[in-house]
Write a protein of this length. Structure first.
Length: 289
């Protein structure tokens, strides 16, 4: 009887694998991709909430980058958008190794043929031609097709006698096309010169980032130049400039707020106010024609 009181209890051994399995079964099941960290404030945001706020953080106002389709859906009235030149795609004029494969990869990833979407539609009933560049397609780099599509859109605006709005975002000229890429700066600028002669309005909306040859040409030729808050806008990168001039650049250099202070742009507009702001500008222009 007493022997039974002091008898060792037999313990059941549990494998580490069984413990891990039990732990996984008790964890809440959260699908991947539902949360995103804000680059502005570091808060973790619910992705659906971010989409409802037009990709703007409600905590700090940071503007996330939008793709071309998202932006058109937000800016252009429902069921009014008609796309131009949808099937134009890039060739490989310099026989740059791997370029064709990279283009196909980008087309599959973004469901776009190139780094800009062009077309016509209405903004609160005001008729416009619109071009929207997309940084998700080779960082919005400007190749022959990008320049051609924008130039054709400008020509269509002249033909239809409509104002044009261009949303810019770009890493600059597309290196795989060399001089052909640089020629697009002159081509688009020449087309915009004809638009100006026709007395039509050209509005640019600079988004993050707008750099290189796009900044050096049509991005800064707008009759009215707007920008989203915090957008990076410039030609060469900050580090390159500092190394060239041998000086430290001021804080916030090449951000929209710095450019507004120094007269390079006309206004910074919050994304949620942008459609209404464009409507007011278009109405004023239409009344004064």
């Amino acid at each position: 009887m007493l022997n039974n009181l002091f008898k060792k209890t037999k313990y059941i051994t549990v494998s580490q694998q069984s413990l891990r399995k039990a732990d996984e079964e008790t964890k809440p099941s959260i699908p991947n991709g539902m949360w995103i960290k804000c680059d502005g404030c570091g808060k973790v945001l619910y992705k659906n909430d971010l989409e409802d706020s037009n990709q703007v953080c409600k905590q700090c106002g940071h503007h996330f980058r939008m793709d071309a389709r998202e932006r058109i859906k937000y800016i252009i009235d429902r069921n009014t958008f008609e796309e131009f030149d949808k099937k134009i795609t890039s060739t490989n004029p310099l026989n740059f190794k791997g370029y064709e494969e990279k283009i196909k990869k980008m087309q599959n990833a973004t469901e776009l043929n190139e780094a800009v979407v062009t077309g016509k539609g209405t903004i609160f009933g005001e008729e416009v031609v619109i071009c929207v560049m997309d940084s998700h397609f080779m960082m919005g780099s400007m190749g022959s097709v990008v320049g051609e599509k924008i130039a054709r859109a400008v020509e269509m605006a002249i033909e239809l006698k409509r104002p044009i709005v261009i949303f810019t975002t770009s890493g600059g000229a597309r290196m795989q096309e060399g001089m052909f890429s640089l020629m697009q700066m002159a081509k688009v600028s020449a087309a915009l010169g004809k638009l100006s002669e026709a007395g039509l309005l050209y509005i640019t909306v600079l988004t993050d980032p707008t750099t290189g040859g796009v900044t050096a040409s049509f991005a800064m030729l707008g009759d009215i130049i707007l920008s989203e808050p915090g957008a990076l806008i410039g030609f060469a990168g900050k580090r390159v400039i500092e190394q060239t001039i041998g000086e430290k650049l001021p804080e916030g250099f090449q951000r929209a707020e710095f450019l507004l202070e120094h007269g390079f742009i006309d206004s910074i507009v919050h994304r949620n106010d942008l459609k209404g702001t464009l409507k007011k500008i278009l109405m004023i222009h239409d009344k004064n024609r």
